[in-house]
Unconditional design. Structure first.
Length: 640
């Protein structure tokens, strides 16, 4: 294959134009998301980062490449590896997780994706089919598209919400695959290197998020629509390149087969149909947010229900767009690529796989937003060409271009300010959930999460009110019942707390937290036998939980009920707690000391108590350290 001739547009602009435009795009994105660095770790961040032990080390690399199940990074080893890199760069101690380091990486990913988007748009508009239409305009149009996309408030969910790095990183690899594939069309030795880069990017994307599955199809469609046509007038699809990209589906298949992120997918035929019907409403909602990005919501609890008649128009809109896209693809109309891009990327999560725990999510619009922005920018340009043709008087043409630049600058500033304000909401878990509840008052999950955040801030009465609202909206939600029971217990409303926790166990018999909180209340009331039963039930779910092992050991060692008191078993549980905490938890050592004393090993108990006191003092727990020193002295005095 002969290399394609150089684009004639390349000689029509200053050599510093493209670097200058890229710099403006990057600087604008950095300004818009500067407030994201204040964002706290919430929701999926807890399992993906805070509790994720696989990101605590970079070597051997097999550890970060083996992400934990039942989390956002399950089956997504490349995303998990980047979290490990962020942790290594921003954590001075194992306990100290610096969110700023994670936000910095998220922003770097977003800016890189924006630069790749610039390249994809510029080279598409400069392709053989579109070159005569756009002339020297592609760099300017690509800059406008990338600018609006990089500062758009709808992107905050994929950038400021740290766990959704899986979305933005996948987006980066998707754009890299497209850009490298387009560059590879030039052929020659460089073409082969670009093909290799495209396949590598596609493989990395498959190991980041499953939505990448459509990338080979997108490349084939681009070839059909934009490459130099053959003698039959059809675009020449590079089937060898597409086959190389499609081979990465094998990697995706292996990862999907091994992954587990919880019961989020329901393939029951009735649920699949109901989900697809609901997505018409969701997609129209996404499109509205692309044009009017307000109100933005952190977490949707979108209900799956039979669509009433008023949703018919939304289904009609989506079906009409799909029909136009299909007709355009058949007729090789260039604009159909925008629709194909939009629907292809949304399809895995919005149609093919019914994710019932997340019917709607703003981060899914990360890449599809690019087609909406490109459609508006290019459409306005073509309209302007009709209204002010290039043959117009120089003064009129200059005025038109100045007006376009002013409108673009105003749009970028307005959108960027919206993004800065939106990212600032993420600075507090309480503020973020309050914002969500105010915007979606009839959704149960935001009320529950808001109540949990208030409880963590010590605002128990307010937390109770939110959690009661959550349980009213979702009476069979075990998580809500457990959290309400916990908050009631912290206010010493034990009888009501027990009632909600028992109900939670009826809904979810193996619920770890329900057993744990019930055990704590039973132990506090001196109901040691029941406490032991619930602690052991909790350990059946999470065998290495140090907090439960410690509490169970304390009950078995100090119970006044002879049927419960068992120093030997207490010692075994306490030793497991000490091992689980690496000997660096004062309370686990305290429980072991008590078990040793109950077992008659007073000298050993005194030594363990002094070790516990040293750990407590090193961590600033002076009162606990003094109490442990006194206990060590008491053991020694009894021994004498």
């Amino acid at each position: 294959m002969q290399p394609a001739p150089p684009h004639p547009t390349s000689a029509r602009h200053h050599p510093l134009l493209i670097p200058a435009l890229l710099l403006i795009v990057a600087a604008s994105g950095a300004w818009a998301f500067a407030t994201s660095f204040d964002g706290v770790l919430v929701l999926d961040d807890v399992r993906a980062i805070v509790r994720n032990q696989t990101i605590r080390t970079l070597w051997p690399v097999t550890i970060p490449l083996s992400p934990p199940s039942a989390s956002t990074v399950a089956g997504r080893p490349v995303a998990n590896l980047t979290f490990a890199l962020s942790y290594a760069l921003g954590s001075s101690t194992p306990e100290a997780i610096d969110p700023a380091a994670f936000h910095a990486a998220n922003l770097a990913i977003h800016l890189t994706a924006a630069l790749l988007l610039f390249g994809v748009v510029r080279r598409t508009l400069s392709s053989p089919r579109l070159r005569p239409v756009f002339g020297a305009a592609p760099p300017w149009l690509a800059g406008a598209v990338a600018l609006i996309w990089v500062v758009h408030p709808l992107q905050t969910s994929a950038v400021t919400y740290v766990a959704q790095r899986v979305e933005s990183l996948m987006g980066l690899f998707y754009l890299l695959t497209m850009y490298a594939s387009i560059r590879a069309a030039d052929g020659g030795r460089r073409g082969r290197w670009w093909t290799a880069a495209a396949v590598a990017g596609c493989a990395a994307g498959m190991a980041t998020k499953e939505t990448m599955v459509t990338a080979p199809v997108a490349v084939a469609i681009w070839d059909r629509l934009f490459r130099q046509p053959d003698t039959s007038g059809r675009g020449r699809v590079r089937w060898g390149t597409v086959a190389g990209l499609a081979a990465t589906w094998l990697l995706l298949a292996v990862l999907v087969q091994r992954q587990f992120r919880g019961p989020s997918v329901n393939l029951d035929p009735s649920t699949v149909w109901l989900y697809a019907r609901t997505q018409a409403e969701v997609i129209v909602h996404y499109l509205r947010l692309a044009f009017v990005p307000s109100p933005l919501v952190f977490l949707y609890d979108w209900a799956l229900m039979p669509a009433p008649l008023w949703r018919a128009w939304q289904a009609a809109v989506v079906l009409a767009l799909l029909a136009l896209t299909a007709a355009g693809l058949v007729g090789r109309h260039p604009a159909s690529f925008l629709g194909a891009w939009f629907f292809l990327i949304l399809a895995p999560s919005s149609s093919v796989l019914p994710i019932i725990t997340e019917v709607a999510a703003e981060h899914r619009m990360y890449l599809p937003l690019a087609s909406v922005v490109a459609g508006v920018v290019v459409g306005l340009f073509l309209l302007g060409q009709r209204l002010v043709p290039s043959s117009s008087a120089a003064s009129r043409l200059t005025a038109a271009r100045a007006s376009a630049a002013i409108v673009l600058a105003a749009a970028v500033v307005a959108l960027g300010l919206g993004t800065r304000a939106r990212s600032h909401v993420y600075a507090s878990a309480v503020g973020l959930w309050q914002d969500t509840v105010e915007k979606r008052p009839e959704d149960a999950r935001p009320h529950i999460a808001y109540g949990e955040a208030l409880a963590a801030a010590g605002r128990f009465a307010e937390a109770e009110a939110e959690l009661r609202k959550g349980t009213e909206l979702a009476p069979q939600d075990a998580f809500a019942l457990v959290r309400l029971g916990s908050v009631l217990a912290q206010q010493r409303k034990y009888d009501e707390a027990v009632s909600h926790l028992v109900t939670a166990l009826a809904v979810s018999p193996g619920n770890f937290d329900a057993h744990r909180f019930l055990a704590d209340i039973r132990a506090l009331r001196g109901e040691d036998e029941s406490a032991v039963e619930h602690y052991e039930a909790a350990l059946a779910t999470v065998p290495a939980d140090a907090r439960v092992l410690t509490a169970l050991a304390a009950v078995l060692a100090g119970s006044r009920d002879p049927n419960v008191r068992n120093p030997a078993r207490a010692r075994g549980y306490a030793e497991r707690a000490v091992a689980a905490t690496g000997g660096q938890d004062a309370r686990a050592l305290q429980a072991l000391s008590a078990a040793q004393a109950a077992d008659g090993s007073l000298a050993e108990a005194a030594r363990t108590a002094r070790s516990a006191a040293a750990v407590a003092r090193a961590r600033g727990e002076i009162a606990l350290a003094d109490a442990l020193e006194y206990r060590a002295l008491s053991y020694e005095s009894v021994r004498k």
